[in-house]
Design a protein around this ligand. Structure first.
Ligand code: ZN
Length: 295
């Protein structure tokens, strides 16, 4: 684990994001997939939405290698299934994510409940994994209970624009909080982000994107965040069964998408988009899946 907590904070300090930094997402070589060298298993474990169990990830890397993928061209979403047999679900899956949430066709089932979230102020290590900006907690203290199963927060990260659509409409960004249970099951909470008031909870993270997003030297940033502050509303949400939105697009992921978006200042959204503008997989066929409204 190349966390290097102490020296990251002292060496990088509180560098402010520079608005004139060139956009790098189109050119970025993803560190996860860097051809054959300096593969960082710690990064792989928590890569974007691909929060597969560590043991499985290690085995997968050992047997197949992690193939480079991106959001455009011949390594973009339309080609993910061609890059590695392990990515076959990207094409032949029947429960893929993201989807367009049609609010005119929602199901209600009293046995399908909301996640019960227990988050607290936690130290996160923020880094650019080549596909997104990702924050990994240093403890296992942030949990959710869903359908009687307990999941532990593994990481959170962002997409711009949003991956899910609501009635065909995208949002400026989407936050994904990725959780895993002891049995290896995955549950992701998605929260849409619109332009508005500055987000105080994520303020320091976005102010320090320049250090976290630096490509060289595994630069990263540490910050204390209480994610519970993001959950002040009713918790009304859409739930459906889907997949990881990044290769290998594994299915069996329990998705909860909040109906109420968060706000971020234009400067915060621009700070992220300076690094990743277009790291969203297009919506997938719903394949007749039910979408539940939970209140
Ligand atoms: Zn994601």
């Amino acid at each position: 684990m190349a966390l290097r907590r102490g020296d990251a904070a002292s060496a990088l300090g509180f560098m402010l994001f520079h608005q004139d930094r060139p956009k790098s997402s189109k050119m970025a070589l993803c560190r996860d997939c860097a051809a054959g060298s300096s593969m960082d298993l710690a990064t792989l474990t928590f890569s974007a939405c691909a929060a597969v169990p560590p043991a499985q990830t290690t085995a997968q890397v050992a047997s197949t290698g992690e193939k480079h993928w991106s959001y455009e061209g011949k390594t973009g979403p339309a080609y993910w299934h061609t890059l590695d047999p392990a990515y076959a679900r990207a094409k032949d899956g029947k429960a893929q994510s993201p989807i367009d949430i049609d609010t005119a066709g929602l199901s209600v089932d009293s046995t399908v409940g909301k996640p019960v979230i227990t988050y607290s102020k936690t130290l996160f290590v923020v880094k650019n994994n080549g596909h997104t900006i990702e924050a990994t907690p240093v403890t296992t203290g942030n949990t959710l209970v869903l359908d009687g199963e307990t999941y532990v927060l593994q990481q959170f990260h962002f997409h711009a624009p949003s991956e899910h659509l609501i009635d065909g409409e995208p949002f400026a960004m989407e936050l994904h909080l990725v959780h895993k249970s002891a049995a290896g099951h995955l549950a992701v909470i998605g929260i849409m982000i619109t332009e508005g008031a500055e987000n105080e909870t994520l303020k320091e993270l976005f102010e320090n994107l320049s250090s976290a997003a630096a490509r060289e030297g595994a630069a990263q940033h540490e910050t204390q965040i209480n994610l519970a502050e993001l959950f002040t509303g009713s918790g009304e949400a859409y739930r459906y069964d889907g997949s990881l939105t990044t290769p290998p697009c594994t299915e069996g992921v329990k998705w909860t998408i909040h109906t109420q978006p968060l706000t971020m200042a234009r400067s915060q959204i621009d700070a992220f988009r300076a690094f990743y503008d277009g790291n969203n997989r297009p919506v997938q066929n719903r394949e007749g899946r039910a979408i539940y409204l939970v209140q």
